[in-house]
Design a protein around this ligand. Structure first.
Ligand SMILES: *Cc1c(COP(=O)(O)O)cnc(C)c1O
Length: 389
């Protein structure tokens, strides 16, 4: 549109949104905002100049750096968090006839990975305080066919990994941590990605991003090898294919961005944590329930998720009118998804997951929020929530 006065929206700049009655330049506060700087641009330029665009030395360096950050022996990069989960299950030889226990309160990818490998997802209800899978419910769901457990570190709060690991050891099960929302989170001395085979996503809304991308971390050389083989068409030697694999590779451009983002991750997380502390404190003036942080846990606030027991949807639309974007993660638990009608036992009920789906609302908490944004979010929630109580 040459010659028009249309403003150009630069990468990372907020898209202007019209808020009626509040002035036409009012910007809304987005729920997520990837932070890309000149360092990421320069890193991509270096890859472009090298001509090595597909998987190569940047990917290898990113894998080594990410493994070291997590405290895992190996990391293998993939095209997404979803393909990381898919390959992690295959690498652990989980397939048809096997049951895998996971949470019904997550993004559907956690559970779809189980379907991709032909295994059967079995759901276990959540702890209403952390929204994470409840280890007691996991124990009740174990059968002779159970092979693995996939806990999710939902919203950046790690699952109860010490207890889940003990359950896996007692029953000889594989633990695959879905850490797609928990880069840098910790339980005690354990960092996400260091206690089991773990999968991360680098989608733009996550705590660090490569655009699209994922990674599997593990201490098992065998699992790392299998993931490497499977992401590369089952081929160790060019044009010799040992097994049926995939093209689930990451590109050097993505890895170059990831290397820069990883140097910023702790800073991003520190901002998320202090933003969350501000919101938690400010929302004491309202009836909403603010997030729980378990003792000894470093919660990295991928999302700041409140519970609103009544009028959640009205609160969300009133926040939107005040220029505060909020989202319901997740409105429909996995076992209630149409896709899962054939996979979840008829009449299966997970009351805590269902109640959470009806009550949760995630507010902006990302590191690019200004103090003014934070006050605007807190004021909007307090004013609005108090109208309903
Ligand atoms: C984002 C996410 C995934 C999938 O990652 P993609 O990179 O989008 O494929 C899986 N599980 C959870 C919990 C996620 O949040």
């Amino acid at each position: 549109m040459l010659g028009t006065a249309e403003p150009v929206v630069l990468v990372g700049e907020r898209a202007p949104k019209l808020c009626f009655g509040q002035g036409e330049n009012e910007m809304s506060i987005p729920i997520a905002q990837p932070m890309m700087g000149p360092e990421e641009a320069a890193a991509v330029q270096a890859v472009l100049a090298s001509g090595e665009l597909a998987q190569g030395r940047w990917v290898r360096e990113f894998e080594e750096t990410f493994a070291a950050y997590c405290g895992a022996k190996f990391a293998v990069a993939t095209s997404s968090g979803t393909t990381a989960l898919h390959l992690a299950l295959l690498a652990h030889r989980i397939g048809p006839g096997d049951e895998v226990i996971t949470t019904p309160f997550t993004f559907v990818a956690s559970s779809n990975a189980i379907l991709y490998v032909g295994a059967t997802p079995v759901f276990a209800d959540i702890d209403p305080r952390t929204f994470n899978i409840d280890p007691t419910c996991v124990e009740q769901a174990i059968t002779r066919r159970t092979r693995a457990i996939i806990p999710v570190d939902l919203f950046g709060h790690p699952a109860d990994l010490p207890r889940l690991r003990a359950i896996c050891e007692a029953h000889n099960l594989v633990l695959i941590e879905d850490a797609c929302q928990a880069h840098g989170a910790c339980v005690g001395e354990w960092r996400a990605g260091s206690t089991a085979t773990a999968c991360f996503s680098f989608y733009p809304t996550k705590n660090m991003t490569t655009g699209e991308g994922g990674i599997v971390t593990t201490d098992s050389g065998e699992v790392a090898d299998a993931v490497r083989l499977l992401r590369q068409h089952g081929s160790r030697q060019r044009y010799i294919h040992d097994v049926l694999g995939f093209n689930f590779r990451m590109t050097n451009m993505q890895a170059a961005i990831g290397l820069v983002q990883l140097t910023k991750l702790d800073g991003f997380n520190a901002r998320r944590i202090s933003n969350a502390a501000f919101l938690t404190d400010s929302l004491k003036a309202s009836e909403v329930v603010t997030p729980t942080v378990r003792h000894g846990v470093k919660h990295v606030f991928h999302q700041f998720t409140i519970r609103v027991s009544h009028h959640r949807d009205e609160l969300q639309s009133m926040l939107s009118e005040r220029g505060v974007e909020s989202r319901v993660y997740y409105p429909v638990p996995v076992h209630k998804q149409p896709l899962y009608a054939a996979h979840a036992p008829a009449g299966a009920s997970f009351p805590e997951a269902e109640r959470a789906a009806a009550e949760v609302l995630s507010l902006p908490v990302h590191p690019s929020l200004s103090d003014q944004d934070l006050h605007a979010i807190a004021d909007a929630v307090v004013d609005t929530a108090n109208r309903f109580t």
